[in-house]
Design a protein around this ligand. Structure first.
Ligand code: URA
Length: 233
């Protein structure tokens, strides 16, 4: 692969930016400035440095965000603040979008990526990607409410798939779903005459927030990406 293609796939620089950086001697291959933007690179073997920073080969961008209250899961919205507004411009330029939706008042773990095909796989019901939410509901669910939630309830013409509910207190608990219908958890609790007061996603597949503060974001680690990309195989 050419070094200018490598840098543009890594979203580090456009081809014309690479051309200029090459002329300034700011693009190094294994520590040596390259003379041409079409210099071949082996991403598995060579170390590329752009303007003093080592560039790790990565075709796609993956961001983990701890969504605060009051943001909508969209790339643009005429009235509301979007989760994209929580990211700096240099990250937003990667054309990333939320992988799945959280309601405006739902908090917690949100994955954003520019990898459309993988996002599609992660959200496909047949992949059974687990999502875990912490909730608080209006009153203590009975044993039969819990059994109904776990075996499946009708949320308006659709019967939810089996899930697990683990109560942590009288009205607080964790629910693990392997599907994601619009407003699913709120509608499930409505279906057993209860009401969700608080909802926070704490896990998506193997991804957890792990100390990431509300409103903060980070790139996924290489190990997290490797496991996530297996869902695309
Ligand atoms: N279920 C809901 O009801 N809302 C969410 O945001 C996510 C799951």
């Amino acid at each position: 692969m050419r070094i200018d293609k490598f840098l543009s796939e890594c979203k580090v620089a456009t081809r014309s930016e690479t051309g200029k950086a090459v002329r300034r001697g700011q693009v190094l291959l294994d520590g040596v400035p390259v003379k041409r933007a079409d210099t071949p690179v082996d991403p598995g073997k060579n170390v590329v440095t752009y303007c003093g920073e080592v560039v790790h080969y990565r075709r796609n961008t993956y961001i983990l965000l701890n969504k605060p209250d009051g943001y909508v899961s969209a790339t643009e919205d005429k009235k509301e603040k979007t989760v994209l507004e929580l990211l700096p411009e240099e990250v937003r330029k990667f054309d990333i979008f939320p992988c799945g939706r959280l309601d405006k008042n739902t908090l917690g773990l949100m994955l954003l990526t520019d990898n459309g095909p993988l996002a599609h796989c992660l959200l496909a019901p047949k992949r059974h990607v687990e999502k875990v939410y912490r909730f608080e509901c209006a009153h203590a669910p009975s044993e039969s409410d819990l059994a109904a939630l776990e075996s499946g309830v009708d949320i308006g013409g659709y019967v939810t798939k089996p899930c697990t509910v683990r109560m942590l207190g009288e009205t607080t608990g964790e629910i693990t779903l392997a599907e994601g219908k619009y407003h699913q958890i709120k509608l499930m609790f409505d279906a057993v005459d209860n009401r969700i007061l608080y909802l926070e996603r704490i896990r998506f597949a193997h991804l957890t927030l792990d100390g990431l503060a509300r409103g903060e974001w980070r790139y996924l680690t290489d190990e997290e990406i490797k496991l996530l990309e297996e869902y695309g195989n």
